[in-house]
Design a protein around this ligand. Structure first.
Ligand SMILES: *Cc1c(COP(=O)(O)O)cnc(C)c1O
Length: 367
């Protein structure tokens, strides 16, 4: 019996590299609140992502909440977004007192269908929050042209798009702001962590204060804010992992190639599109099972599972059909997203997944 294959496996530096990185914390006793590690990581990430403005956060979700708060979108205003995403995107809008308005996705790369945005704009719309799903970059030109016309903010959920560039533009430079997740399961991790990149440099101070309970100084607290700071141990992990992330992405590209070789030509198996317009980080390997495939998505999910292979129904259900929003939203308005969510599986993907294991997975799908 061969060993089980998990859907993901966190990247980690050598034990000694990490312990070496955290050694000085035992001298300083400075564990959080923007110590040396967080300050260093911030500078390194600004360089890596080619952005002038970046703030670190405790995770990707709080990065979303912080930027939605920092942009001072009117309370109760509408944010056009997509339901084909991790639940965090939608929750952040709702938790910030804003109203998600769901736009359908395009069936080619599963990002927001930019041609359907304009019809959803009302006098209450304040922002567009698209998602670079699986590292597939949204149609930024079209989206930002609409945003300019109606004076809307554009915030990208770039949790899947670390290190990617689009038509030569680093992804964190698109729109008014982008958020990244450095969760353990992402291409680049700080155990838990995240970052916001943004265009307007004056937002730095605002984000710093909101991130720290809204405190300006001991006697002046101008904002209502959570605690969303990155701690020093997370930042140290980030410093170590950043040294290796390019190698990890290269190794993932080999895994991706093995999948494409193994799955090409199987009837009813649709792979993620390849686009000349962008680079790739190989974060996920999504597969759509069309009607031509001999099993349903759930049947192939179970079959893989019986063989010790963990795949993921990512994203299913849509965020506009989860229990928490029962009777609030209607997924019938986003029928393409609904169809894709019932057909998609992401297959195991991580840098050290062997080509033999990939072959085993492909053979089960081909059978
Ligand atoms: C992971 C993820 C988030 C949330 O990031 P965390 O770091 O887990 O809080 C938000 N949006 C998307 C699309 C994600 O995949």
């Amino acid at each position: 019996m061969s060993k089980d294959i998990l859907v993901t496996r966190s990247s980690m530096p050598d034990f000694d590299e990490y312990t070496n990185e955290i050694k000085e914390l035992w001298d300083s006793h400075w564990l959080t609140n923007h110590g040396v590690k967080a300050r260093l990581l911030k500078e390194q990430l600004k360089e890596y992502l080619s952005t002038d403005n970046l703030e670190l956060t405790v995770n990707g979700h709080m990065a979303l909440e912080l930027i939605l708060t920092a942009l001072k979108l009117p309370y109760g205003s509408e944010v056009i977004t997509t339901p084909f995403t991790f639940v965090s995107t939608t929750h952040s809008i709702v938790r910030c007192g804003l109203k998600p308005v769901f736009c359908d996705i395009n069936p080619d790369n599963y990002t927001i269908d930019a041609d359907k945005i304009e019809a959803l704009i009302t006098d209450k719309t304040s922002a567009i929050l698209p998602v670079h799903v699986y590292g597939n970059i949204c149609d930024a030109e079209k989206i930002e042209k609409i945003a300019d016309k109606y004076n809307l903010k554009v915030i990208y959920d770039a949790a899947h798009a670390f290190s990617v560039s689009y038509k030569g533009i680093p992804v964190g430079c698109l729109g008014d702001a982008s958020i990244f997740s450095f969760h353990a399961t992402k291409v680049y991790n700080t155990i838990e962590g995240g970052a916001i990149t943004f265009k307007d440099p004056s937002l730095s101070k605002v984000i710093e204060e909101i991130r720290d309970f809204g405190i300006h100084d001991e006697e002046s607290i101008p904002f209502v804010g959570p605690n969303a700071k990155m701690n020093e141990f997370a930042a140290a992990m980030g410093i170590c992992n950043l040294r290796h992330v390019d190698d990890e992405i290269k190794k993932r590209s080999i895994v991706e190639k093995a999948y494409r070789d193994g799955l090409s030509g199987i009837k009813g198996v649709k792979l993620n599109p390849v686009s000349e317009n962008q680079t790739r980080n190989h974060a996920y390997f999504p597969v759509i099972f069309t009607d031509e495939y001999k099993l349903s998505r759930d049947e192939i999910f179970n079959k893989l599972s019986e063989n010790g292979i963990k795949s993921r129904k990512y994203f299913y259900p849509l965020t506009n059909e989860i229990e928490a929003y029962k009777d609030v939203f209607d997924s019938g308005n986003t029928s393409i997203a609904r169809d894709i969510s019932r057909r998609v599986l992401t297959l195991p993907m991580y840098a050290d997944l062997s080509t033999d294991d990939v072959k085993r997975i492909c053979d089960i799908i081909a059978l």
